[in-house]
Design a protein around this ligand. Structure first.
Ligand code: BG6
Length: 483
């Protein structure tokens, strides 16, 4: 089990805390990875309240947590405080003393403009000083910066008061089992490694398609857009896992170094090429199943005449030995036809020569699909002979589905991340250099779009804008169907 510790949550009454963090902690208690008598939560927010009001507020979303929440409950404390007031930090210090565990993780579940400020104030109050029996760690939610310059500035600010080993930058995709499985699938199967390179791989597709629109997040999303929201963080984590060299071990630095190298190798696109290698769209009114849904411009807190994209597709190259010349097509969007996060590795077709005299017009290329969500699993498409007197070749699937093989308990995806922070394992957290390389790779796109450039529209419930199809078709390829 994890060592005794207090998790101090800034933004304790927000959505993240009650929807994800507390249910995840309850699951850890259930699984005995965290012992309730050696754990405390100290929630901070500017709202009026006391321990009991916070406990009741959190209980509302922990209806499935059962006994585990009940056990955790007496160890939940509340502190009303202004994040910008020194007195708050004195009170946090006093409360930590009173709780009595030296170890503390400070979770910033707050708007990003507070990140630097809170870290500096924690430091000024002496709360970030580590002792042998007291770790002090900072967990930072996304968005980590708004562009390359702001991400760098935030790293500088945090690193002025913390050591890199104390900073846990969260990318919740890394908490997903299927994302963690990419490394095992690649490196525990010798079969794959031999063909996992530019000699055999034709291209890679990374998709994160969502059915949901911007929901109540119009204010954040309209200032952010699909590129910033999903690409330099979540999609690049997938790209890094697919593209990385085998690390020497599971050691956090070994793994993070290999991942960072892949992102660092993403070719910087020139401004004049941006339009050629990307497509942007925003959703119009449409239909999802039976439901009519509104256009993005009519969503609450969205500027109707703005140019924020809700969909982006792009073609990237990873300029290293392994991936020389292999295009990586990335796409993500809201209000699409299905929820589907997946990676498709498409292999070059086998030589056709011996099939010339058969009915086969072409050989379907082999693909390997890693289904991140939903219907988690891995499948491979092979070619087989259709039974009958003639040689007819058809694609068939080899399928592995998580649901068939494992009894997976209910989880939020934050369990591993919180547990790893408590035991001091940074493998699944983003290191400063990787964050900056991620932003550096998308910066030319952001710059180009800031100076104009159109956004297509696509009907809600469709597969995205026409430009995205053109992008890949011009190369003689097709997107894998969404859903
Ligand atoms: C978040 C984005 O980081 O990831 C959201 O801000 C997006 O806009 C979400 O919906 C997707 O995550 P998941 O786990 O639902 O695929």
């Amino acid at each position: 089990a994890a060592p005794p510790a207090t998790l101090v949550i800034f933004g304790a009454t927000g959505d993240l805390t009650r929807r994800l963090l507390v249910p995840a902690l309850a699951n850890l208690v259930r699984d005995r990875l965290v012992r309730d008598d050696r754990f405390a939560i100290l929630g901070i927010s500017f709202e009026e309240g006391d321990d009991e009001t916070l406990r009741a507020h959190l209980a509302e979303f922990c209806t499935d947590c059962g006994d585990a929440f009940e056990r955790l409950k007496p160890h939940i404390h509340y502190l009303k405080g202004d994040f910008l007031d020194g007195a708050t930090y004195e009170a946090v210090g006093a409360k930590l003393e009173e709780i009595g565990f030296g170890n503390a993780g400070f979770y910033l579940a707050v708007a990003p403009n507070f990140f630097g400020e809170i870290a500096e104030r924690l430091a000024a109050a002496g709360l970030l000083e580590e002792r042998e029996d007291a770790f002090r760690r900072l967990l930072v939610e996304k968005p980590f910066g708004h562009d390359l310059a702001s991400a760098r500035a935030l790293n500088v600010r945090l690193l002025a008061v913390l050591d890199e080993t104390q900073i846990y930058r969260i990318d919740h995709f890394l908490g997903k089992e299927t994302v963690q499985n990419i490394m095992t699938t690649r490196f525990a199967n010798n079969l794959l490694e031999a063909v996992w390179n530019h000699r055999y791989v034709d291209h890679v597709q990374i998709t994160a398609a969502e059915i949901v629109g911007v929901e109540k997040r119009g204010k954040y999303y309209d200032a952010t857009g699909a590129m910033r929201d999903m690409v330099p963080n979540h999609l690049f984590q997938l790209l890094a896992a697919i593209g990385m060299e085998p690390p020497n071990s599971f050691d956090a630095e070994a793994v993070r170094t290999e991942k960072a190298k892949v992102v660092e190798a993403i070719r910087r696109v020139k401004a004049e090429e941006v339009d050629k290698v990307s497509a942007r769209g925003r959703y119009d009114a449409g239909r999802i199943g039976e439901t009519e849904v509104a256009a993005y411009r009519d969503e609450p807190n969205v500027a109707p005449d703005g140019s924020t994209e809700t969909y982006v597709a792009m073609k990237l190259f990873v300029d290293n030995w392994r991936w020389a010349g292999v295009p990586f097509y990335l796409r993500t969007g809201k209000r699409l036809t299905a929820r589907d996060t997946e990676i498709v590795v498409a292999f070059k077709p086998a030589p056709y020569a011996m099939f010339q005299e058969t009915d086969a017009v072409r050989l379907p290329p082999n693909t390997m699909t890693m289904q991140i969500q939903p219907n988690e699993g891995v499948s491979m498409q092979l070619s087989a002979k259709k039974p009958g007197p003639r040689i007819a070749i058809v694609p068939v699937d080899l399928d592995f589905s998580y649901a068939d093989h494992f009894k997976v308990g209910r989880s939020t995806g934050y369990e591993t991340l919180l547990y790893d922070m408590l035991i001091g394992d940074q493998t699944l957290f983003q290191r400063a250099d990787m964050i900056e390389s991620g932003w550096a790779a998308v910066q030319p796109f952001l710059d180009h779009w800031a100076s104009g450039g159109g956004v297509e529209t696509y009907p809600a419930g469709s597969a995205g804008p026409a430009g995205a199809d053109r992008l890949i078709r011009d190369d003689g390829r097709e997107w894998h169907a969404i859903g």
